[in-house]
Design a protein around this ligand. Structure first.
Ligand code: PGA
Length: 251
């Protein structure tokens, strides 16, 4: 089963309008002629609209880094799915480990975000991943299972077509420590089997599972060569057009 690769750049809390537009334009240039894989950029909310103009004539997908479930209302500090669409975005990262760890987002809250975004037709990148402590205690698979089951609770077989999973071991994010290709493949294979149990084989075969955590030009090729790794969610190395370009153009 061949799945179309998705190479995603998560800019986190970086880039003002000028910097972000320049980076988006440079990334767009490195993607010219790239037709066999998808590319996605997730800038901060404040520059989504400007970046969407830069990406207007490209096939690059524009994403936010989080999303609320309601269309409007008393949700101070939140951004709704329709506001994202209004700003030109069609996707949202949900459940990033920084949201879980720094801002205390629970699986239940993340599930509410996932279902809300899907109900407005937003493509959801649901992040899951274990901490170092959980890995060392041998709890990796049980943590992943709980995050996936709770995160996707109530998501229908039709909706799951608009979900991408991102396996991001917390100990590998921003640390320079990448999971080995064997560790990553083992987790991805586990996640695909879990999706088969929760839905069906056809869906498990089609769902894209990205790896995230210190992906860089030097390790992207071996990660992408793994049978169950369908793309990358890239933080630090996505802030530079040359390094992200190299990642997009993995061999
Ligand atoms: P990193 O971040 O590539 O800087 O490790 C990945 C992520 O948090 O999505």
């Amino acid at each position: 089963m061949s799945r179309r690769a998705l190479m995603a750049g998560n800019w986190k809390m970086h880039m003002n309008v000028v910097e972000g537009c320049r980076l988006a334009a440079d990334v767009a240039r490195t993607c010219e002629g790239v037709t066999d894989r998808d590319v996605l950029l997730a800038p901060p909310y404040t520059i989504l609209s400007e970046v969407s103009h830069v990406l207007a004539n490209t096939s690059i997908i524009l994403s936010s880094q989080n999303v609320c479930w309601e269309e409007k209302g008393a949700f101070t500090g939140e951004i709704s799915p329709t506001m994202l669409q209004d700003a030109g975005a069609s996707a949202a990262i949900v459940g990033h480990s920084e949201r879980r760890q720094i801002f205390g987002e629970s699986d239940e809250l993340i599930n509410t975000r996932v279902k809300g975004a899907l109900s407005f037709g937003i493509l959801v990148i649901l992040c899951i991943g274990e901490t170092l402590d959980e890995r060392e205690k041998g709890r990796t698979f049980s943590v992943l299972e709980e995050q996936v089951r709770k995160g996707l609770d109530g998501v229908t077989a039709a909706q799951i077509e608009h979900v991408v999973l991102a396996y991001e071991p917390v100990w590998a994010i921003g640390t320079g420590k990448t999971a080995s290709k064997e560790q990553a493949q083992e987790a991805h294979a586990f996640l695909r089997e879990l999706i088969e149990k929760m839905y069906e084989k056809n869906i498990a075969d089609r769902i894209r599972i990205l790896y995230g955590g210190s992906v860089k030009a030097a390790n992207v090729d071996e990660l992408m060569a793994q049978p169950d790794i369908d793309g990358a969610l890239v933080g630090g190395a996505a802030l530079d057009a040359e390094s992200f370009g190299r990642i997009i153009n993995f061999k």
